[in-house]
Design a protein around this ligand. Sequence first.
Ligand SMILES: [Cu+2]
Length: 153
Amino acid sequence: MRLVSLIAGLSVAALAACSQEAKAPEAAPVPTVTDAFIVMPAPGRDVAMGGLTLSVEDAPIWLTAADTNIADKTELHTMSMEDGVMRMRKVERLEATPIVPLELERGGAHLMFFGISDEIAPGDQAELVLTLTDENGKEQTVTTEAEIRAMGE
Ligand SMILES: [Cu+2]
């Protein structure tokens, strides 16, 4: 009886060691966000776009949400040409890999802000909080400063 429980105990320990080893090689992505900006809305409007660069080391990561203190709602948008017309589409996630950083900018995939405060002016800084999700579904948030830019800049 004692021998059986000893063997059972050993195999549990062996399983635990095994599952820890299986997890060890998974690299945790290390993200860096730079050049975040928000463009001033057109006069009388409260909707505008913004951008940033998301680089990552060691493993791919996905931008899955964004939030700012100067707008009610932020969406992730892609741009594509359909029948000769540029169209924006809301997407759930945008990918950055160690080889291809995610670049959000005018004319391409971008951040879209709704209900922008009318208190902002070019040169101001807004807080931008990004939710990033790795390939295991693990989330992390990165807070960065976004520069408010005039429309033509
Ligand atoms: Cu858009």
